[in-house]
Write a protein that binds this ligand. Structure first.
Ligand SMILES: Cc1cc2nc3c(=O)[nH]c(=O)nc-3n(C[C@H](O)[C@H](O)[C@H](O)COP(=O)(O)O)c2cc1C
Length: 192
């Protein structure tokens, strides 16, 4: 059984990134997976404030807020899904705040350690990227975040991307992206 932690990084409920993530996660669930949903917009949390609790005796993030259960779910998941719109040429600020807290997954000597991540190496990371502009803009954000994702242990990384989507629901007409979402879900769950 695949456990999925799905982080929704758009401030807009029911928008294009939510819909594309739902297409992926619903297909995982149809193939026996269990999905936990985390709409970050509904949570009260801070980005990393460099307490360094996680590097000086603590095994987890020292900040206590609504993000702790999300971090726990990421640690327990087989597949971590993050859905984000492009905001000003990058991931949303909402997701960036959460991503900075992934720093707590690094061991104290993460700079030199052979295994820098508390997450191990077996999890898949799926980025759902939606954007108003065309596909020629921004490239693949998995490449930009590659060094961090490598260190976190996400060796398998997959992108589901829809370009030229602005209004809520535009992505539903973007059949290629919707198909990519379901076929990736089948591949990752071994159903295809
Ligand atoms: C504050 C803001 C900044 C945005 N910046 C960009 C951008 O830099 N490039 C782009 O292609 N689209 C940009 N967009 C458009 C969104 O990526 C697009 O509307 C997307 O579908 C929103 O995702 P959602 O429906 O999941 O909220 C921006 C939208 C907003 C509200």
């Amino acid at each position: 059984m695949n456990r999925v932690a799905c982080l929704l990084g758009s401030p807009r409920a029911g928008g294009n990134s939510d819909l594309l993530a739902k297409a992926f996660c619903d297909e995982v669930a149809r193939n026996g997976g269990v999905v936990e949903w985390f709409p970050l917009r509904d949570l009260r949390f801070k980005g990393c404030v460099s307490l360094r609790h996680c590097k000086s005796g603590g095994e987890t993030c020292g900040l206590k807020d609504d993000l702790n259960p999300v971090l726990e779910a990421v640690a327990a998941a087989d597949i971590v899904v993050v859905a984000t719109p492009i905001y000003f040429c990058n991931i949303s600020g909402l997701f960036k705040q959460a991503l900075d807290r992934f720093f707590s997954f690094f061991v104290p000597d993460y700079v030199t350690a052979a295994e820098p991540s508390r997450l191990g190496r077996g999890k898949a990371f799926v980025l759902v990227q939606v954007q108003g502009e065309g596909a020629e803009r921004y490239g693949n954000l998995l490449d930009q975040y590659g060094p961090a994702l490598d260190k976190l242990g996400f060796e398998r990384r997959e992108l589901i991307r829809a370009s030229g989507v602005r209004e809520v629901g535009d992505v539903v007409r973007h059949t290629e992206a919707m198909d990519d979402a379901t076929s990736l879900a089948r591949r990752l769950t071994g159903a295809a």
